[in-house]
Design a protein around this ligand. Structure first.
Ligand SMILES: [Fe+2]
Length: 169
């Protein structure tokens, strides 16, 4: 049996991050194995990366040889702007978020602020700058990220939520 895939969440300061570093790449998709994840009483755990969140790892990282991370996040504690509202980006190939429960307010580079509610779904293109501005205590989100290991870069700038909001309602 091969070694289990090693998860790595790396967070960088803007000045320490190589400007043109590529997200982890794969020449071919790794071998996938059939996999099922059921909800258990102890499914939600801290991932050691986001202390404000409890994460249910769906096990897709191992099942896809590290290509795809699928998880559901709940909040571990109430929103605290000082800890959470840092503008940042993720060096990924693909990131999709779906709100299962509650709400979260975000700002996205060039698009402004959005209140994402139960049923809202969005795509975060690679390296899009964004900030979490607020969330409800009962927030639950489903995230799909490729690849499973990716870098996060904290930026030396305030949230850029002053662009006209594209939200239609
Ligand atoms: Fe983020």
């Amino acid at each position: 049996m091969s070694e289990p895939f090693k998860r790595e969440f790396k967070v960088y300061k803007e000045e320490d991050y190589p400007k043109d570093k590529k997200a982890s790449d794969y020449q071919d998709w790794p071998k996938q194995v059939f996999h099922v994840s059921h909800l258990e009483d102890n499914s939600f755990k801290t991932d050691g990366f986001r202390p404000w969140a409890l994460s249910r790892d769906m096990g897709m990282v191992e099942a896809t040889g590290g290509m795809v991370d699928v998880h559901v996040n709940r909040r571990a504690r109430p929103f605290n702007a000082k800890d959470i509202s840092h503008r940042h980006f993720h060096n990924v190939h693909y990131q999709m978020v779906y709100v299962l429960k509650g709400w979260v307010k975000n700002e996205f580079e060039g698009h402004g602020e959005f209140l994402m509610k139960e049923g809202s779904c969005w795509l975060q293109p690679p390296k899009i700058k964004h900030t979490v501005l607020d969330f409800s205590d009962d927030l639950e989100i489903l995230e799909v990220i490729i690849p499973a290991n990716y870098d996060t870069v904290n930026l030396n700038e305030p949230p850029g939520g002053h662009v006209k909001n594209e939200q239609s309602d």
